[in-house]
Structure formats: C-alpha cells, structure tokens
Design a protein around this ligand. Structure first.
Ligand code: MV4
Length: 500
C-alpha cells in the first residue's frame, strides 16, 4: 500500500489549514500553494513548505492544475488534497494527478464524471431503488414534447440544467403559457454557465428541506454513511446555517436515507468522502437530487456528532486502507450547528463587503470550534469566496448547541467589515428555527433587514449597561423605590469597547 509522506493542499484559507492540521497529526509533511493575494495567510505559515503559484485571480493561481502537478514533482509530493471548490470536482485534473504518479485524495475521475452530470447520475443510480422526483429521465429538446411531459408531471415544474450547479440554469414554470420563455432562459443560461444546454424537467417541490447524507467509501468496496446534515437555510444557493442531526427526521427515515445514500455511492463505485443530497417534502418523503464528490464546507458538524476525523479517513482511504470503523460502530452523539461568517452585509441584500479585519477576536470555550484562515489586520481578498470563518458549536442536545451559538456569536468581535453574524443570530432566535421544522424558504419567508434592528445588538447592550450603571450610581434613589440591597458596581461594562 502506498504510504503518503507529503501532501500538497491545492486550496487556500480555512480548508487548507483544516487539512494540514490532520496531516500533521499523521506525521505527514505539508506543502501549501498560495496566490500573491494570500502571501501572508495563516495557511502559508502553517505549512512545512509553501510555493507562490501566481497572480490573485483563481485562473492564474489555484486553478492551474498542470503547474500544481509540476510543483508536486519538484518537491517530492506523494498526494494532492483538493479541498472544496477550485479543482476538487474536476475529473480531468484528477486523471492528470493519477497519470503523474500522484495520489488524488478523493474519488476516482470516473465517479466525479458520473456524478457531475445530473442526468448521468440519475441513470447511474437507477438500478438501485432510489426515490427520485417525478420527471423526464433524459434531456428534453423538443418543446412540444417537453410541454406534453410537463402536463403529465403536473405544474408547477422545474427545468434544470443537467450540467447545473448552484441553481444556475434552473427555472420554475408555474403554468403552460410560461413554458417556452422559461425553457429558453434555462437553456441559454446552461450554455453560458456550463457550455452544455441539456435540460430536463422535474415536478417542482414547493417547500423542500435540503438534507444531505455524508458517506465514506474505500477502495475495497466498503461504504458507510455518517448520518445527515440539515442545510435548508440558504441564500442564492449558498448555505448559511447547517446542523446535524436534523430535528425532524425519525430514526426510521434517517436509516432509510442512509441506506439510499450508501446505494448511490455503491452505484458509482465511490471511494473517499462524498455527500448525497436529498430534498425532503412536508410529508418527509425524500428524493435523491445529486451527489457532491468532495469534502464539503459543512463537514465539521458531522465530525462533531460522530467523533470521526473525515480528513484522516480520506487520507487513509487514499493510501488504500479500509474505513477504520463499521456502520454499526457509529452513533449520533449530541448536536452540532455551523454558521458561515461571510464578508457580506446582511443589512444590505448580503452584498459582498470588502475591507480589513481591524478587529478580529474569535469566540472560545466549551463546545466551540472556529475553522478560519484569517487573522486580525488582514484584508479579505475580493478574488475568492467571501467566507471569513466557520463557527461551529456542539452541545449534548439542540437547545444547548443553539445557546452556545448565540453566546459564541456575541463573543465574536469583528470590525472593519460587515458580516453575516447579525443575520445568523437572527436565525438562532427565530421561532421557526427553534421549532426545528423549516425549509429552504426560510429567508424569503421570515427575513427582512429591519428585523436585525429589533435584536438587542452590542450597541443596545452598551446603552443598557450604561443605563444600569447610571441607576446603580444613584442607588440611594433606587433603594428608596425598590428597597433592594445595594451591590458594588463599576464602570467596566459601560467602558468596554463595542466592536459591532
Ligand atoms: C429542486 C427543488 C424543488 N423541486 N428540485 C436547488 C439547487 C439544486 N441542488 C437543486 N435545487 C432544488 N431542486 C425539485 N424538483 C428546489 C431546489 C432548491 C433548493 C434546494 C436545496 C436548497 C435550497 C434550494 C433553494 C431553491 C431551490
């Protein structure tokens, strides 16, 4: 079995650090790559070796597959971990890595290819009894036929790009009169975004929950699942809050979804870490949507409830080892929630906010994990994803995880840029979130920026503290009114800095 002694991480920021930390625990040497914009990043300093790969834009740096492979040869690297985004789901890159005699820490190029196209993935899993949304099994090109099928399926329908992702090339059609226009839009968007105009039709599920199952496969045909993540709170197809487990699944549905996810992985001979995405309707009927063939941003919530280090498993699997545990060995323990702290102004339509982290103080303490790749004083580059940090809390149950999250959000001090922290606090305090029963409409149904100002924010807290202080210094009067005992007080609360 090939032993990995040195890994190059073909990524940046928090995920590069996350992977390097596990590599170090396994006594594996690490090589970072970085663009000119990331020269001073923590992921560069953490690595044993680091190589500047090019100019800030991704196409001149983190997406230069051939150059990355060249660096591996020069530095005697054994394996590449692609992280998420960038080259992680690029089957051609994966193939070139293997052809260069290197190990790709992830699935085979064939699995990536099969699951990268939605229609191909549906055909691949067809031999297993995987529930799927009613729809056309193949691409539709003829409008008359497409409309006929849509009537059969029943409006509303959804036109989806087969090569799609991130909601691109996806159009809801409410009634037959709108069909032609929406089909034209979906096709042209699919061509522009993916260079492939193939679209298909599905029944539109109007209030779906997004629930995904983490799977692991090894190169000996073993596949296990690590339960679900609930990811319904999204904006523009970007997840904002994720948790594990889901508060609404019954043990029976959880097991059925887990078995389905394992079958999907088996259908494409999957190895490595992957995620099988489902939508779940009001009746808790679930439907397979697609499979993501990478380590995902939200993997920490699964690590916390299972105690499994997913990156460690990925590395061992890439070396040819078997998964280190059996399905029956793992159980859900406690509850974990993750929020994505992004450089976006939740008061202004989540517009990306550029600037410098003048203040950046992380929350700490029991049940708090922060995965990040920035430090105080750094500027957030405009060239990449606006995510600054992932804040993850873990408690013995959902209530505890939420309480810890609210405490940790308040403890997170960021100034210099607007972040999604206030929005995430709003979510944590919303009745629909607290109930555990919500769907992908959460933001459109419940959120408007004005509501953030109704939350007690740091400034209000300071005002309240100042008022309390004023009342305390006038305690004689208060005592006269309330007859309470006097207590010592100081100005510390009113004097403390407010960063937000
Ligand atoms: C759907 C759907 C409703 N009905 N398919 C969005 C991205 C892609 N992964 C699949 N998506 C959806 N597919 C049918 N037949 C609703 C969505 C959807 C969605 C799914 C998960 C999380 C957020 C979403 C937001 C809008 C639409």
């Amino acid at each position: 079995m090939p032993k990995i002694n040195k890994i190059l991480i073909a990524n940046r920021g928090e995920i590069a650090l996350r992977i390097m930390r596990t590599a170090r625990e396994l006594n594996i040497q690490t090589v970072a790559i970085f663009s000119e914009a990331d020269r001073n990043s923590p992921h560069v300093r953490f690595a044993d070796e680091a190589v500047c790969i090019g100019a800030p834009p991704s196409h001149q740096s983190y997406l230069l597959g051939d150059k990355i492979i060249e660096i591996c040869k020069k530095l005697n690297v054994d394996a590449i971990h692609p992280g998420y985004g960038f080259l992680s789901e690029n089957a051609n890159f994966c193939r070139k890595v293997i052809e260069a005699g290197l190990i790709f820490i992830g699935p085979s190029p064939e699995s990536i290819e099969l699951m990268g196209d939605k229609l191909t993935s549906k055909h691949t899993v067809a031999k297993y009894n995987i529930p799927m949304v009613p729809g056309t099994p193949d691409a539709v090109t003829d409008r008359a036929i497409a409309k006929e099928k849509s009537l059969e399926i029943g409006y509303p329908v959804l036109i989806k790009a087969s090569a799609g992702g991130g909601g691109k090339g996806m159009r809801v059609v409410e009634k037959e009169e709108d069909f032609d226009e929406q089909m034209d839009r979906a096709v042209s968007e699919a061509i522009t975004s993916f260079g492939n105009g193939a679209v298909f039709i599905e029944k539109y599920i109007t209030a779906p929950k997004h629930i995904e199952i983490q799977v692991l496969g090894d190169q000996h045909g073993n596949v296990v699942h690590l339960f679900e993540r609930e990811c319904s709170i999204q904006r523009r197809h970007q997840k904002v809050v994720e948790e594990a487990p889901s508060a609404v699944l019954t043990p029976e549905i959880r097991e059925a979804m887990g078995r389905c996810a394992v079958d999907v992985a088996k259908a494409c001979n999957y190895y490595g870490a992957g995620t099988v995405e489902f939508i779940v309707d009001e009746r808790l009927d679930f439907y397979f949507l697609e499979m993501n063939t990478r380590l995902q941003v939200e993997h920490p919530v699964t690590e916390l409830i299972t105690g499994i280090d997913l990156v460690k498993e990925m590395i061992r699997i890439a070396e040819g080892e078997s998964i280190s545990f059996k399905q029956e060995d793992i159980h859900i323990q406690g509850h974990a929630i993750e929020i994505r702290v992004c450089a976006e102004d939740s008061r202004n339509n989540f517009l990306p906010d550029v600037g410098t982290l003048n203040t950046y103080i992380r929350p700490e303490g029991n049940g708090v994990r922060v995965d990040d790749g920035f430090e105080q004083g750094m500027t957030i580059p405009i060239f990449y994803d606006p995510m600054i940090a992932k804040l993850i809390t873990y408690g013995k149950n959902r209530e505890e995880a939420i309480a810890k999250m609210i405490r940790a959000i308040d403890e997170f001090k960021i100034s210099g840029i607007q972040t999604t922290l206030p929005f995430c606090k709003f979510v944590m305090q919303h009745q629909a979130f607290l109930s555990g029963n919500f769907d992908t409409r959460f933001i459109s149904l419940y959120y408007s920026p004005e509501l953030l100002d109704e939350l007690p924010d740091a400034e209000e807290e300071m005002l309240a503290a100042a008022l309390a202080n004023f009342l305390m210094t006038n305690k004689k009067t208060i005592n006269n009114i309330t007859n309470s005992t006097t207590v010592e007080s100081s100005n510390w609360k009113a004097n403390r800095l407010s960063y937000r």
